[in-house]
Ligand binder design. Structure first.
Ligand code: ZN
Ligand code: ZN
Length: 397
């Protein structure tokens, strides 16, 4: 999911039938693709507690830590043991109680940006999905029941559910997911970078598939968050001349330093008319206006953010300058695979972008993400990442 402020995301229309599907809801709601569970469905794992960051009420700030019981995997499911889980725009809209996401049920575990390992596997899971395999899940899980899924056009699934919104996400120690949504992670990619595969897949889709950025293009990226920085790195790797555009303010200098460390140029005052392509990833109405003013006539403006309801759309400027406005919010499996390939070229980038939080600070991590606030030590918070296996007393933090 894209970062940004608020508003209607892609889930708004298509996923409101999704629902949490495991024992935490105490219902037999997962009655489709997996068939009968061989008598195991609904059985509780007698193992240790499984803390999860979940929506606890439909009110603003209505998130908290809950115990999330995990059943045994069905025939086509696996137990996914989460090493790290990043927080993102879709978690923020729940935290903020954005009315477009009122359909997300209390009890739903948040989070869709995770890396982990396969635990127990169901009877019909292919051999290559073996216990111990490292993987990231794609964020949209196909339903397996609709006519598109039946015809094998799974990317066109009519009722996909997004992890952390329409079904339980991965901001927890363990969860149950269909094996088909796992993308393997090679050994060369540490967890601290692999946790960025989902935002990288969103950035990849925006830069490569949607904007089709080419070598020599002058590209601006306006952002405060991970997707924009990753989009800038991808555009640069494709040979574009990339400028990061930030908002002047107390945090700008730290963000500029980060951009420089990543090998990117940064400014708060872009030259009007200079850019062939502008990737707007901040979700700010002001940046959207700057973008329209600064992209050249006939250029491309790519929106990879969500905007607060009421944000003014630069429709007149668009017509005057003949700018192509393209939107790109989410990503598909092929983008995840491309993202893994790209991150292998910058395997240590995660250390620059993520801030780790033990699980007892999960709510605080989400609050800081929602407010785009800095961390305690004053560093800009680019991507808050939960460590489900860590608790304050364990981590020594
Ligand atoms: Zn995300
Ligand atoms: Zn489907």
């Amino acid at each position: 999911m894209a970062d940004g402020q608020a508003g209607a995301g892609p889930d708004n229309a298509s996923h409101n039938d999704g629902r949490p599907d495991d024992a935490a809801t105490n219902r037999s709601s997962h009655d489709g693709s997996a068939g009968n569970g061989g008598g195991q469905r609904g059985a509780r794992d007698p193992g240790r507690d499984n803390l999860a960051l979940a929506r606890v009420s439909p009110d603003p700030g209505g998130v908290g830590l809950v115990d999330h019981p995990v059943r045994l995997p069905g025939p086509e499911e696996v137990e996914f043991r989460v090493a790290l889980c990043g927080l993102c725009g879709s978690d923020v809209v729940v935290y903020d109680a954005d009315p477009h996401f009122g359909w997300v049920r209390p009890g739903t575990v948040l989070g869709h940006e995770s890396v982990g390992t396969v635990g127990r596997v169901g009877l019909l899971v292919p051999e290559e999905i073996a216990p111990g395999m490292r993987a990231v899940p794609v964020s949209k899980v196909r339903c397996g029941r609709c006519s598109e899924c039946a015809a094998g056009r799974v990317e066109q699934c009519r009722r996909p559910a997004t992890l952390g919104l329409g079904r339980h996400g991965t901001a927890c120690g363990r969860t149950i997911i269909p094996w088909h949504c796992l993308v393997p992670v090679p050994d060369g990619l540490p967890d601290t970078t692999a946790v960025l595969v989902e935002p990288t897949s969103v950035a990849w889709r925006a830069v490569v598939e949607v904007a089709q950025v080419r070598a020599g293009e002058r590209v601006a990226v306006s952002t405060t968050r991970a997707i924009g920085l990753l989009a800038a790195l991808i555009a640069k790797a494709r040979g574009a001349d990339v400028t990061m555009v930030g908002r002047s303010g107390p945090e700008y200098e730290a963000k500029r330093e980060l951009a420089v460390r990543l090998g990117l140029r940064s400014t708060t005052a872009p030259d009007p008319g200079l850019f062939d392509t502008w990737v707007e990833a901040s979700g700010s109405g002001k940046q959207l206006a700057t973008a329209m003013a600064s992209v050249r006539s006939g250029g491309k403006l790519v929106l990879v953010a969500m905007y607060a309801s009421g944000t003014r759309q630069p429709v007149n400027a668009r017509a005057r300058k003949d700018v192509d406005i393209l939107t790109s919010y989410s990503s598909v499996r092929a983008d995840f695979e491309e993202a893994v390939g790209f991150l292998l070229t910058v395997p240590q980038v995660g250390e620059q972008l993520i801030t780790l939080f033990p699980m007892d600070r999960a709510v605080e991590a989400l609050r800081l993400t929602a407010r785009a606030a800095a961390t305690e030590d004053g560093r800009p918070l680019i991507k808050a990442v939960l460590q489900p296996g860590a608790w304050n007393r364990d981590s020594g933090a």
